[in-house]
Design a protein around this ligand. Structure first.
Ligand SMILES: [Zn+2]
Length: 92
């Protein structure tokens, strides 16, 4: 009984991962606004990105960057080294 459940879980995880990869290959690069039916797709893509990685706002300019790419200084996140320098409160 437990084995069957485990197999089901593994199959589901594999299918989910496969689906995610398959879909990310189909997504065209950013700025390619040649299509007219981008409405629903754009929403789905945004939701997928949010599931993959959390977005954090830059403390200086407010730009949202993936948490993995953001530069952090304690509690704040920054989009670039320049903003990291500018965002530091302790300046002479
Ligand atoms: Zn910034």
């Amino acid at each position: 009984m437990t084995k069957a459940l485990l197999v089901l879980v593994v199959l589901f995880l594999g299918w989910t991962l496969w689906k995610k990869r398959h879909r990310s290959r189909q997504v065209p690069p950013r700025g390619d606004g040649g299509r007219s039916d981008m409405g629903g797709e754009a929403d789905e893509r945004t939701r997928d990105t949010a599931l993959v990685e959390a977005m954090v706002p830059c403390a200086v300019c407010g730009l949202h960057v993936p948490a993995g790419e953001a530069l952090t200084d304690g509690a704040h996140a920054y989009c670039s080294p320049d903003h990291l320098r500018r965002g530091r409160p302790s300046r002479p």
